[in-house]
Design a protein. Sequence first.
Length: 261
Amino acid sequence: MVAVAHERRATLEHCRVLGVDCFAGNLEAAAQAVVERALDRRGGYCCCCNVHVLTLAQHDTLLRDALRDAWAVFPDGAPVAWLERRRGAVAERVAGPDLMPAVLALGSDVGLRHFLLGSTSDVLDRLEDRLALALPDAQIVGALSPPFTTEDPEIALDAISATEPDIVWCALGAPKQELWMRRHAAELASGLMIGVGAAFDFLAGTKQRAPKWLQDHSLEWLHRLVSEPRRLSGRYISTNSEFIVRATIELLRNRPARRVG
């Protein structure tokens, strides 16, 4: 797994944020890199990392290892991309709900095959219908929602392998999806796994994403908090506060972080 991390450093521009090497670039560059990786059939996995995941990784060794061993860690959170820019990188937010349609569109021109893993059967049905309308040339070769357990992952792995996908979009929720991908990516050989969290719900229309102006002003978290206060209030109070403290300390240290392989 460490070799995968070394390979990432050698091929993608990145910036270290709270000990995690995050992709430094824009959405278009990220989507192009994903398509090229999928076409090369080198497998592996990549994560879309927001403040919550990045902060959890400070306390969870397994999650930190999952981010370290990923081929790419995209800054799925405006504060993460902001901190990259403060440290000298040219970086923009690369959110899962934006990355997925961008890759599907690019992949349509080269025949990439996609598998949808996670969420619920209803969400998957709605998502496939919407993608068929918006991106009719995108090849969705399979879809599977839980239940499948971490103790018996063969159900999912067999279903995925049978369709021979180039990309597996994984929406199991964080940090479960990051840990699942790290544990099983090698078993899928040449298929690239991408963790996108709630992207299935947003793209399927079962959850309403924040208006563009809130996204542009780094306030999408506020929209989500208002939409799901019971589920997210505790998370935002704890992880967002800790992120601010850790980010401040990191900026005060003012160490060069941007590296190009």
